[in-house]
Design a protein around this ligand. Structure first.
Ligand SMILES: Cc1cc2nc3c(=O)[nH]c(=O)nc-3n(C[C@H](O)[C@H](O)[C@H](O)COP(=O)(O)O)c2cc1C
Length: 278
């Protein structure tokens, strides 16, 4: 079976999940292609990703959850797929790493797009992951077990498709609160993005932030600058900079996440998968 695992992971935990999924599928003798859609050449040419999908029997789409949603590059890829008006013959699953607040309506929204395209959905996985500011170990043993079990169960079910009714029932947000206030909280999250500033005195133009930005939003001419139309405020540049020349108040981000947890609560369980019940 040809399996592609596509992912976007600013701070690396979704990449680890993708790698673990790839290892598990390889043990079932899948020919696995692991694709970071945030990196060259896929970032510059998303059509290459569609080519990769067309050559696959099974495609896993993985993203970190930011602002209760999948990240823009993944959503843009879905838009490109719908806009192309082509038919695809692979089956799909989704996976999301999230900070414990909520995955929002991520799965349901993704599922609707795929239902429109008549792409069968075989399952979804969510993984609780620490935010970069928290040095908790990742993955935990529980994470490993969940990921492994997800792949085992997909194999046992022979990649049976979820019915429309199952998708509607199983992919619903965990708290009715989230369900009600989703657009509102999503907007608040976006408007509370923290400023990112470059200290041009400290910057040595090493290019690390440019190479590592998951959106290709940083460029260098005389000075290094960020294109805030593309930036998703993942703050990976600030973490990656060896000179501490990129500043953002990450402690405020922590406070923001804590206050979101107070408003919405923590989504339980953290690690979980959804499969066809047939
Ligand atoms: C700007 C921003 C927004 C976030 N929004 C959410 C969210 O809505 N729900 C959530 O549970 N976690 C949220 N997180 C936490 C990330 O989902 C979590 O850190 C995840 O592990 C990141 O995956 P990565 O390591 O692949 O980048 C957010 C993090 C950032 C920086």
């Amino acid at each position: 079976m040809k399996t592609s695992i596509l992912y976007i992971s600013p701070n690396g935990t979704t990449r680890t999940t993708a790698q673990m999924l790839a290892d598990a599928f390889r043990q079932y003798k899948h020919e696995v292609h692991l694709v970071n859609i945030g990196k060259s050449p896929y970032r510059e040419d998303p059509k290459l990703i569609l080519e990769q999908c067309k050559q696959s029997d099974l495609v896993g789409f993985g993203s970190a959850a930011y602002h209760m949603n999948m990240l823009d590059p993944m959503l843009n890829l879905f838009s490109l797929m719908t806009a192309q008006n082509q038919s695809f013959s692979f089956k799909a699953f989704f996976f999301v790493n999230f900070g414990g607040i909520t995955t929002g309506k991520t799965f349901l929204r993704c599922a609707h797009i795929f239902q429109k395209m008549n792409i069968p959905i075989v399952g979804a996985l969510k993984v609780l992951a620490p935010h970069f500011h928290h040095p908790q170990p990742f993955p935990t043993q529980e994470t490993r077990t969940t990921i492994r079990s997800f792949v085992d169960q997909l194999e046992i079910a022979n990649f049976a498709s979820m019915s429309n009714q199952q998708i509607k029932q199983q992919f619903k947000p965990y708290t009715p609160k989230t369900h009600l206030i989703f657009p509102f909280i999503h907007l608040i999250g976006k408007t509370r993005e923290l400023p990112i500033e470059i200290d041009h005195q400290a910057c040595i133009k090493c290019g690390k932030c440019i190479r590592e930005c998951p959106l290709g939003a940083i460029q260098q001419s005389d000075i290094v600058s960020i294109d805030f139309d593309k930036c998703i405020h993942c703050y990976h540049c600030a973490i990656a900079c060896p000179q501490d020349a990129i500043h953002c108040p990450v402690e405020k981000l922590d406070a923001m996440m804590q206050s979101n947890i107070k408003i919405i609560g923590m989504e339980q369980p953290g690690n979980q998968y959804y499969l066809s019940r047939s």
